[in-house]
Write a protein that binds this ligand. Structure first.
Ligand SMILES: Nc1ncnc2c1ncn2[C@@H]1O[C@H](COP(=O)(O)OP(=O)(O)OP(=O)(O)O)[C@@H](O)[C@H]1O
Length: 220
C-alpha cells in the first residue's frame, strides 16, 4: 500500500530556545489508518501535528504528503490542501465570535465555494445530528458552553470530509457522553470514507481505540 504520509524529520529547532525536538523522527501512515500519538507533556506532539497538517514547514527533513514533496508545494496549494484535504481539530480551536455556530462550521465550504452543493449539505446535517449540536446552530460562540464550542469546532474541522483528520486532545473538555459522540463520528468517517485519523491524546481509553499507538520520546 502507498503511504499517504511519509515523514522523515532530522530535527525541528526553535531558534530562540536553542533546542530541538523530533530528532531523527520517521513516520509513515497508510490511507485509512487510525493512529494515536502519545507522550509526555512538551515532547513535541502538537509540533508534530502542525508539521503533518502543513501549518509548520520550518524543519530539517523531508515530508511527502499524498505522494508530493511538501517543500515543492506553492503557498496556494498548501492553503488549498489545509482547507480541503486536512481537518484540523486544535486544542483551542478558535471560532469566530461574530458568526453563528452554523456559519462557523460552514466557513470552509464558503472558502471552497461549495456551500450550496447538496452532498455537502447532507454531510453538514449528518455531522450536526451525530454530535448533537442542532440546538446551538443559531447561537454565537460566546453564548455556548466550552464543551459546545469544542463540538462545533470539531464539526468545522470535518465538514469538508477531509482525507486526513488531525485532532489534538479532541475530547479534553468533554463529558463522557460527548466524548463518545466525537470518537464515534471520527471512527464512522474512518470506516465509511477511509479517512485517515491521527489523534494526540493523554486519554488512554481514547488511545486504545486506535489501531496503532506511537509514543514520542524525549531525545536530548
Ligand atoms: N513556537 C514555539 N517557540 C518556541 N518553543 C516552542 C514553540 N512551540 C513549541 N515549543 C516548545 O517545543 C516543545 C514541544 O512542544 P509541543 O507543544 O509540541 O509539546 P506537546 O508534546 O504537544 O505538549 P503537551 O502534551 O503539553 O501539549 C516544548 O518544549 C515547547 O515549549
Amino acid at each position: 500500500m502507498n503511504s499517504i504520509i511519509k515523514l522523515e524529520i532530522q530535527k525541528k529547532t526553535f531558534k530562540k530556545k536553542g533546542f530541538s525536538i523530533l530528532n531523527d523522527f520517521k513516520l509513515e501512515v497508510e490511507p485509512g489508518e487510525r493512529l494515536c500519538i502519545i507522550g509526555e507533556s512538551g515532547v513535541g506532539k502538537t509540533s508534530l501535528l502542525n508539521i503533518i497538517g502543513l501549518l509548520d514547514t520550518q524543519y530539517q527533513g523531508s515530508y511527502k504528503l499524498f505522494g508530493s514533496s511538501v517543500k515543492d508545494l506553492s503557498r496556494n496549494k498548501l492553503a488549498e490542501w489545509r482547507n480541503q484535504k486536512i481537518g484540523f481539530v486544535l486544542q483551542e480551536s478558535a471560532l469566530i465570535n461574530s458568526l453563528t455556530i452554523e456559519d462557523n462550521i460552514k466557513l470552509p465550504l464558503m472558502y471552497a465555494n461549495i456551500e450550496k452543493d447538496l452532498t455537502v449539505q447532507d454531510h453538514f446535517k449528518r455531522i450536526v445530528n451525530k454530535i448533537g449540536i442542532e440546538p446551538i446552530l443559531k447561537k454565537k460562540p460566546l453564548d455556548c458552553s466550552g464543551g459546545q464550542r469544542s463540538r462545533a469546532a470539531f464539526a468545522r474541522a470535518v465538514i469538508m470530509n477531509p482525507q486526513i483528520i488531525l485532532s489534538d486532545e479532541p475530547t479534553a473538555s468533554l463529558d463522557l457522553e460527548n466524548k463518545e459522540k466525537i470518537i464515534n463520528l471520527l471512527f464512522d468517517m474512518n470506516k465509511e470514507f477511509n479517512t485517515t485519523v491521527i489523534t494526540v491524546t493523554h486519554d488512554l481509553d481514547v488511545a486504545n481505540r486506535h489501531e496503532r499507538i506511537i509514543t514520542l520520546e524525549r531525545n536530548e
